[in-house]
Design a protein around this ligand. Sequence first.
Ligand SMILES: [Zn+2]
Length: 190
Amino acid sequence: MNKWHTDERITGWLQILQIAVVEITGEKSAPILMPNAPLKSSTLTELHTRLERMMGASACRGVEIRIGQAAFHIFLSRMAEDFGFFLPEIKFLPVKRKIMAGLQLLAEEYLRLTGERMSVLETEDAYEVTIPPAVKEIPSIYTGCPLLIGFLKEYVIWAGGGKFYQILEKSCCVDGNRTCVFHIRKVPLD
Ligand SMILES: [Zn+2]
């Protein structure tokens, strides 16, 4: 995949994030939180820093999860078709296989965007998503995990036929770990 194509994709993701920020924080706050600037490795960190300043640390995480949730739905309408999410061979899979298949497609995208390999495994009771930080030089600062939790939350509701699944981040780069590990419980919540 050539550079131009990758830049296009990054721009596409940036637009999704910007729309999600507007949806969740409103037309007035969004331009302050995420000014129209080219995507840099520090974009997520800057968004986080501004959000924390605006809303306080305790509200910030919840707002970020909601931005991630909104982003999934924007992704679904803008990008998911290109991903193959609606191909019959994905769409009509049994729920558990469909969840895994979509996660694999997202892992391929992560590789295209960052050059880093995100792994998706199945354990007895969970889907396990392991993500190396996209930005090697700053693994100890914010890497967008609550945004991803929100995104995955809505993804599994969509792929899992409308049911809710518990998602936990078992370990995080921010705490000095080499990777961020997310567990999605296989058994949906009632
Ligand atoms: Zn993390």
